[in-house]
Design a protein around this ligand. Structure first.
Ligand code: G3P
Length: 194
């Protein structure tokens, strides 16, 4: 039980690493929370600092989720990888290293999914890119991708995948509430690079 608690803490701390903040400060001398949507995520980094920075942040944020989901194997703890990854998702959104104001759960959840169910990840990722291409809204693409991940889980996944992806849909809707409001009143930022 002690190693299980350690695993959950490590997962949370891993997710808490504010990649967008670090890349912005070290690479560009800016606080990304003052730019664009103010979100500490890959999308806002693409938007505010360009392609290279955005890609670096996104890849590392995805990796945080995958590494957290791999902790049960590396630490030899008997917990479902999907559940082991959840504290990392929470850490990404509420990082202890950045005043508990972080990202919107998308990349880190994707990383957890990638490790636990690569096919579910592929279904969600392709939906994400198609929706993003058609709508130019990353937020909308993120929400629809999560819904597709949950739909996939219902038909092809196990119980844990179904429940966790459902929780993620609800959580993503909550984290994107300002984006949803902006989409509805037509002021949501569109991507310009696709
Ligand atoms: O990755 C989060 C994305 O879905 C929305 O980000 O910066 O447009 O609020 P943002």
């Amino acid at each position: 039980i002690l190693t299980l608690i350690w695993l959950l803490i490590i997962s949370y701390l891993l997710g808490s690493i504010p990649t967008a903040l670090i890349v912005g400060k070290l690479g560009y001398g800016v606080d990304i929370r003052t730019l664009g949507s103010g979100n500490l995520g890959g999308t806002n980094t693409f938007r505010s600092l360009g392609f290279t920075a955005g890609l670096i942040v996104t890849v590392i944020d995805v990796l945080k989720g995958s590494i957290a989901a791999a902790l049960p194997y590396t630490m030899g703890v008997d917990i479902n990888p999907m559940l082991a990854g959840l504290p990392a998702v929470l850490g990404h959104c509420y990082p202890i290293f950045a005043g508990f104001r972080g990202g919107k759960a998308v990349a880190t959840s994707a990383g957890v999914l990638l490790l636990y169910s690569p096919f579910c990840f592929i279904a969600a990722a392709s939906t994400f890119f198609i929706t993003m291409y058609l709508s130019k809204y990353v937020s909308l693409a993120s929400i629809i991708a999560a819904i597709i991940a949950h739909t996939y889980a219902i038909f092809f996944g196990d119980k844990v995948l179904s429940i966790v992806t459902f929780a993620l849909v609800v959580f993503l809707l909550w984290r994107h509430r300002s984006n949803i409001e902006r989409i509805l009143n037509g002021t949501e930022r569109k991507i310009s690079w696709m």
